[in-house]
Design a protein around this ligand. Structure first.
Ligand code: HEC
Length: 190
């Protein structure tokens, strides 16, 4: 004999199984801040793997170093250039998604904030590196979501190179300083 409570539990369990097996409804959407977090996680992981397992490893073994003019010097790309080159390929797909490394003290002017929103975001992540700065922006007829993540000097190498680069406008970076940010732009419609 199944008790009344037992029957209710059994039926609730069956309903649960049927509901769980249903396909995801087509209108299901992911919030843009979540998409930006996903994209950021991938960019950061690729950059870390390239830095640690390619650049650091090959230079420690004396095989090959990374340098800015890698194409003419036959060296490895700098991690910042690796990120930029990948971003260029992503932008070529014309899906509207873009990302770039920016700073209030950029080695190259092209890496400075492109808009007031980016400038405000860089200032905000400088104060609170753990908090992503987000907002909606418009360009032409299209609306985009933008997220700015702090880019921190995780090693002495970051500081050393930026403090001594001939084009760097700032020369007093210290380890753990926020050196800039990663701006991720996501289109809100296609
Ligand atoms: C060997 C030199 C070198 C090292 C090491 C280095 N960078 Fe850079 N970084 C550059 C150069 C050169 C650029 C400009 C790349 C370009 O736009 O072509 C750049 C660009 C950047 C930018 C964009 C703004 C700007 O200054 O143009 C940020 C932010 C940045 N780097 C942060 C970092 C961080 C954080 C690290 C350490 C994890 C780091 N960099 C390590 C040379 C270096």
């Amino acid at each position: 004999m199944v008790s009344r409570v037992g029957l209710i539990v059994l039926m609730a369990g069956l309903v649960g199984v049927v509901m769980a097996a249903k396909p995801v409804p087509p209108q299901a959407t992911i919030a843009p801040e979540v998409v930006a977090d996903y994209v950021h996680a991938v960019i950061e992981a690729d950059r870390a793997v390239y830095t640690r397992h390619v650049v650091d490893r090959l230079s420690a073994k004396g095989v090959l170093t990374a340098s800015e003019h890698w194409d003419v010097q036959n060296t490895l790309l700098l991690p910042a250039q690796f990120l930029n080159e990948s971003a260029r390929l992503v932008a070529k797909k014309e899906q509207g998604i873009r990302y770039r490394l920016v700073s209030l003290w950029p080695i190259y002017e092209r890496n400075g904030p492109a808009t007031e929103f980016e400038r405000a975001g860089l200032k905000a992540v400088l104060k609170e590196p753990g908090k992503t700065f987000t907002g909606f922006v418009e360009s032409g007829q299209r609306r985009f979501f933008q997220a700015i993540y702090a880019d921190v000097a995780v090693s002495q190498a970051c500081v050393g190179c930026h403090n001594t680069h001939p084009s760097s406008p700032r020369r007093d970076f210290k380890e753990k300083d926020v050196m800039g940010g990663i701006v991720i732009t996501i289109p809100l419609s296609r």
